[in-house]
Design a protein around this ligand. Structure first.
Ligand SMILES: Nc1ncnc2c1ncn2[C@@H]1O[C@H](COP(=O)(O)OP(=O)(O)OP(=O)(O)O)[C@@H](O)[C@H]1O
Ligand SMILES: [Mg+2]
Length: 311
């Protein structure tokens, strides 16, 4: 009898354990009713926001300048304290976590901060020494972002784009499970932006959860599993980019064709296109130059929902 009772207790304990590890697994970040007011300000910068980020998800945080994106990232990384509401990372309230927890988190701030008199490799060595966990090989990281040849150059001689790349590898150096990136491609040329974006996707494949703050809609569309729109400290919408485009996108098609000496551009509803005689006649009789479906960009959708421009 006693054994049976013990067994029942064990199995319910296992069940609770399984449940809690499951929820930790699923929610890397859980924010509830978060508000924040800067000292000396009369009104809050962050106004009662709630969201969660799943394990191995790239979560985009989008909004115009001054919306509160960097403020939110600073709260989530423990830089700004005295917030209202709850911010739970990997099951632990951020205000209560121990220093050791920072081994799990990588942060690339909006404005890179380095020891300017040190070389890139010295900076990386210094930052690596702050963490007592497994790290990536600095040579591999420097080569990956094209900084290996300049590894012995003092950071004061680095350009903005070089600092941004160094800032990125510094944030991922200690293989964090949760990575916060604030405008990671800002100031980068297309080739280097591509390298960082591919790296971000690779990290997600390895199971890293990424909180990506940006006002670059193209990056957000390309990288993010879900995006949150931030406007004046609030989050009016959170959804997958594809869902947003399906819900709010214009569903039309533009066809350009030759007519005599000139080109003509016409737009048709996608709905009923297969039985639209006017469209079918063009296909049949005209020399087509281009055909494009008209997808709304995230920027269009942002403006439609919030009434605000992104920049
Ligand atoms: N230290 C501070 N003290 C007081 N107000 C601040 C402070 N830092 C930021 N703010 C204010 O908080 C608001 C949100 O700023 P935040 O930097 O979070 O915006 P953001 O969305 O990251 O903008 P951007 O896209 O320009 O980086 C702004 O009005 C800003 O002036
Ligand atoms: Mg910012």
């Amino acid at each position: 009898m006693k054994e049976k009772k013990l067994e029942a207790e064990h199995s319910s304990f296992r069940f609770v354990l399984a449940l809690s590890s499951h929820s930790i697994q699923l929610n890397m970040i859980k924010v509830r009713n978060l508000s924040y007011t800067y000292a000396g300000q009369s009104s809050p910068t962050i106004r009662d926001i709630s969201f969660q980020v799943d394990n191995a998800e790239i979560f985009g945080f989008l909004g115009p300048s001054g919306a509160g994106k960097s403020t939110t990232q600073k709260i989530l990384t423990g830089v700004l304290k005295n917030y209202e509401g709850s911010v739970v990372l990997k099951g632990e309230e951020i205000s209560k976590i121990s220093k050791h927890f920072y081994n799990n988190i990588g942060v690339a701030f909006e404005f890179p901060n380095f020891y300017l008199k040190f070389t890139a490799i010295e900076n990386l060595q210094l930052f690596a020494s702050f963490y007592n966990c497994e790290k990536y090989d600095a040579e591999m990281l420097l080569k990956k972002v094209g900084l290996w040849d300049d590894r012995n150059l003092k950071v004061e001689a680095y350009s903005k784009g070089m600092r941004m790349r160094l800032n990125f590898i510094r944030a991922v150096l200690h293989q964090p499970k949760l990575l916060f990136l604030d405008e990671p491609t800002s100031g980068l040329d297309p080739t280097n932006a591509r390298i960082l974006k591919d790296f971000i996707l690779e990290l997600r494949e390895k199971g890293t959860t990424i909180f990506l703050t940006t006002h670059n809609m193209t990056d957000a569309d390309e990288l993010c599993d879900r995006i949150a729109f931030m406007v004046e400290g609030q989050l009016p919408l959170i959804d997958e980019p594809e869902n947003l485009k399906l819900k709010y996108g214009k569903k039309t098609l533009k066809v350009k064709y030759q007519s005599g000496e000139s080109s003509v551009l016409e737009e048709f509803d996608l709905k009923g296109l297969g039985t639209n005689n006017e469209f079918l006649k063009i296909l049949d009789e005209k020399e087509i130059e281009t055909i494009h479906t008209q997808e709304a960009t995230l920027e269009d959708i942002f403006i439609k929902i919030t009434g605000k421009k992104l920049v």
